[in-house]
Unconditional design. Structure first.
Length: 618
């Protein structure tokens, strides 16, 4: 097909093999109108019962393509209920009806995801489907481990068909009214619900060696899930108890569910990227390197290390990372102009059963946090902590500070950490030992007809240019413009730009900085809620007589606007009627290309207002 005869901007073209019904077309126009902030049918013109949507493919988030599918329409679980996304605890979730809905996958030769306690995303709609999360791998003949996070209205059933893993419960459905269900490795069928052991009578092992894996129904084909599920994780071999507790701590914090025995109780907002170390017994511990999107913990197994006693744990979590942003707020006592810290801090929970301490290391990984460059001069870096988010930080006493690659590593006694607290990395000399971040601020502020964008830098090193990017959903960004940088500078620099074509409603802006050698990094993302008002704006002004003039009409729908262009002597060079059909429409005027350089008057009049502008033609 071809799209011709257009005069303006176009973002998306959709073709169909058959002509959609008028209802489908209206619903599609409505959703696209909402997404692109263009005119479309209102809710009042849609059918009384908006459509529901179902899952044909649940995507494996590891990138290995181990997707769970269901080709039969009547067996597909639901993700949208009458136009509203199914939610549990304010997070998207798949709904199973308890009678016929399930998904299946057949290939488990590669890992689902090998980061325990790392980034665990919720289900999200993606091209009409949702996303399946997995951890590690499932081998054909291995003993499976699996976990499910969600909630149910009646009973949970279903699971693996190869080895102890099927969870079939009709007699004990009441004890399965939990949101966290864990299958432990064993020749028996031990099942954990919300951190507590559930009687083995609640589960049945299937000795079949089939390669298939079912989500939503049991191998006997008579038991189905009834409720909601947000995440499925699969490992090739069973986890020990310590790893189960750490994983449950991660998921309980993220999904806001109550699980007994967890070792992380999140502070408000600090429920993401929860990880940690711990010990259940001398032979059941996680004493290794664990990190949480920038901050990490290293614990060994010697007699002088932490984790001396059964039940010892240290767990950390954070809020949404804002990498490449530093701040000088809440500085420790005695801080000078050279002090700076990462904007993020991490909430830490420490369980020291016998209060006998031991050593550990806390590190900050620049590349994991999203920062380019490497740290320099270890003595300039400090570990900072505070009891609450309203307090200034204090310097945490450490034994040594070392640099390894792009990590700053602090060695210290566990006794120097509180039972809970917020921790981050600071520098006492950001010019000699940067974090390495130079951005002081980045803001995007809407006004009547545009979004004003401003940022400030305190230092720049070999900075070639900045790029402003914007997004409607905070995920897919497009370039707005490039702005020349200051090269190398140690003084305050201020930058101002404007977006004359902002998205209506909520949108997002972010800043990218590119060095002269091509290296680049992203700074923080900010959200903007642009509602706009009735207005008519000309840009650029001044305009080059080799360029077009843009007339942006905001807030006028299905209204005529008369535009007249005259010189200072009153001679008329342009008169035209523009029909505004949308909330935010751009008209291109090319008559300015034939104008002589000088000053002109542009009058734009609607049925309720007259706008007068002085236009300079260069």
């Amino acid at each position: 097909m071809g799209v011709t005869g257009l005069n303006g901007w176009i973002s998306e073209v959709i073709t169909f093999s058959t002509v959609p019904s008028s209802t489908d077309r209206a619903y599609l126009e409505y959703t696209q109108g909402r997404y692109y902030s263009v005119s479309g049918p209102t809710l009042g013109t849609l059918p009384a019962s908006p459509a529901s949507a179902y899952i044909a493919k649940w995507y494996d988030q590891s990138g290995n393509g181990n997707n769970a599918v269901q080709a039969t329409t009547t067996n597909q679980p639901r993700i949208v209920n009458a136009g509203v996304i199914d939610m549990q605890n304010s997070l998207p979730s798949i709904h199973f009806d308890g009678s016929s809905q399930y998904l299946t996958a057949t290939t488990f030769s590669t890992a689902f995801n090998n980061t325990v306690g790392g980034t665990l995303n919720t289900i999200g709609v993606n091209n009409g489907a949702a996303s399946w999360q997995g951890l590690a791998q499932q081998g054909r003949n291995s003993t499976p481990w699996w976990g499910i996070w969600g909630s149910n209205t009646a009973k949970w059933t279903g699971g693996f068909t190869n080895g102890p893993g099927n969870m079939i419960s009709s007699t004990n459905s009441s004890v399965l009214a939990s949101a966290s269900l864990i299958q432990l490795p064993s020749t028996s069928t031990t099942l954990y619900g919300n951190g507590s052991s559930i009687s083995s009578s609640a589960t049945t092992a299937n000795s079949s060696n089939s390669q298939s894996f079912y989500i939503g129904y049991a191998a006997n084909g008579t038991e189905y899930w009834n409720g909601y599920g947000s995440e499925v994780n699969v490992f090739a071999a069973g986890l020990n108890t310590t790893r189960r507790v750490l994983l449950e701590s991660n998921q309980a914090a993220y999904y806001g569910i109550t699980v007994s025995g967890v070792t992380y109780a999140p502070a408000s907002g600090y429920n993401l990227f929860v990880s940690g170390v711990g010990r259940t017994s001398a032979t059941d511990s996680v004493a290794a390197t664990r990190q949480s999107v920038g901050m990490g913990i290293i614990v060994g197994l010697t007699g002088t290390d932490f984790l001396k006693d059964n039940g010892d744990y240290i767990t950390i979590g954070t809020t949404c990372p804002t990498a490449s942003v530093t701040t000088s707020s809440f500085m420790p006592a005695g801080a000078t102009a050279g002090y700076e810290r990462w904007l993020n801090d991490w909430y830490l929970n420490k369980t020291d059963v016998s209060s006998n301490g031991g050593n550990l290391q806390i590190y900050f990984d620049f590349s994991e946090y999203g920062v380019s460059g490497v740290p320099t001069i270890a003595s300039n870096y400090q570990l900072w902590g505070r009891a609450n988010t309203a307090s200034n930080f204090t310097v945490v006493t450490t034994t040594t500070v070392t640099i390894s690659g792009d990590r700053v590593i602090f060695t210290l006694p566990a006794a120097n950490l509180g039972a809970t607290g917020y921790y981050t990395i600071g520098t006492i000399d950001y010019q000699s030992s940067s974090l390495p971040i130079e951005l002081l601020s980045f803001t995007a502020i809407p006004n009547e007809e545009k979004v004003n964008i401003k940022w400030e830098t305190t230092t720049e090193t070999n900075n070639d240019y900045f790029t402003i990017e914007k997004s409607k959903d905070g995920k897919t960004f497009t370039k707005l413009m490039d702005v020349k940088g200051a090269g190398t500078s140690t003084s305050l620099k201020e930058y101002f730009e404007a977006d004359y074509q902002p998205y209506f409603g909520t949108s997002y802006y972010r800043l990218k900085q590119t060095d002269k050698n091509g290296d680049f990094k992203y700074f923080n993302m900010v959200s903007v809620n642009f509602n706009g008002q009735k207005n008519i704006v000309l840009y650029p002004n001044p305009v080059d007589n080799t360029s077009n003039l843009n007339i942006k009409i905001s807030g006028y729908k299905n209204e005529e606007v008369v535009v007249v262009l005259q010189d200072m002597q009153g001679r008329e060079f342009l008169s035209k009627v523009l029909l505004s059909e949308g909330d935010n429409q751009i008209f291109v005027v090319d008559e300015t290309k034939s104008l002589a350089p000088g000053a002109y008057i542009v009058t734009a009049s609607s049925n309720d207002k007259i706008y007068n502008y002085k236009l300079i033609v260069k």
